[in-house]
Ligand binder design. Sequence first.
Ligand code: ACO
Ligand code: ZN
Length: 239
Amino acid sequence: KQDSDQLIIDAGQKQFGATTCSSCGMIYSADNPDDHFQHTQFHQRFLDSIKYKILNHLHFGKQLPQGWKKERVVDEFWDGKILLVLPDDPKYAVRKAEDVRRVADSELGFQQVTLSRPMQAKTYMFINTQRLVVGCLVAEPIRQAYRVLEQPAPNKDMTKDDFMERHRAWCCSTVPEPAVCGISRVWVFSQSRRQSIATRMLDTARRTFIYGSYLTKEEIAFSDPTPDGKLFATKYCNT
Ligand code: ACO
Ligand code: ZN
């Protein structure tokens, strides 16, 4: 077992008898054996989904390769790399992109993993140095978008009842504006947030979404942003 698994599973925070796992996000009672078991299962599935596995049977006894046999590295950093996955890529890449998208969707409260134009979607994944997919951004071509209208800042003292509020879509203007690239999902692993991972994925998407052109911030649009997404988008677009 890798050390990273253990680090992640111990990081939960106790609150009122219930524990919120800080990596998979599940709320459970650690004292209840059923709950405990369910969490262990859910947690393992979550970790499997975000693990960037490299098939190593051919490299047995040798050093593990740095990546998949075929992968499109579109950016590299000291703390990770960004891969671009397209619908026609090898099965292992497409499947991993789907797994991570499913994790993101369940956190965003989306019901299903369907994309509006699956064959034109570009999925960007941030892989950290511990071989975890800690970020995912799905970009799709669009023609127009509706500007999100200003809303009062969400309440800082968030409780469980605020969950629905937190996942609510924001009000949009009724006047369409031209856009090129729609960000249908952006998600960063809870323990890797505020490290510019979403920023870097978006910079990369703007640079690589259309070959040979660097999209302006006005040419990208976020679909149905969550409050987190809106805070991020507002900051990103103003800087
Ligand atoms: N609260 C306040 N400001 C924020 C927040 C936040 N939760 N998140 C980002 N920002 C602002 C900050 O100014 C930040 O800069 P700073 O850290 O120097 O202050 C700046 O945006 C850049 O943030 P990043 O570090 O690049 O963003 P991160 O990698 O943490 O990812 C994201 C942001 C994707 C919104 C993450 O919080 C997340 O995955 N949340 C849960 C899923 C979600 O809601 N996704 C957006 C859905 S909307 C959509 O998909 C179209
Ligand atoms: Zn967990």
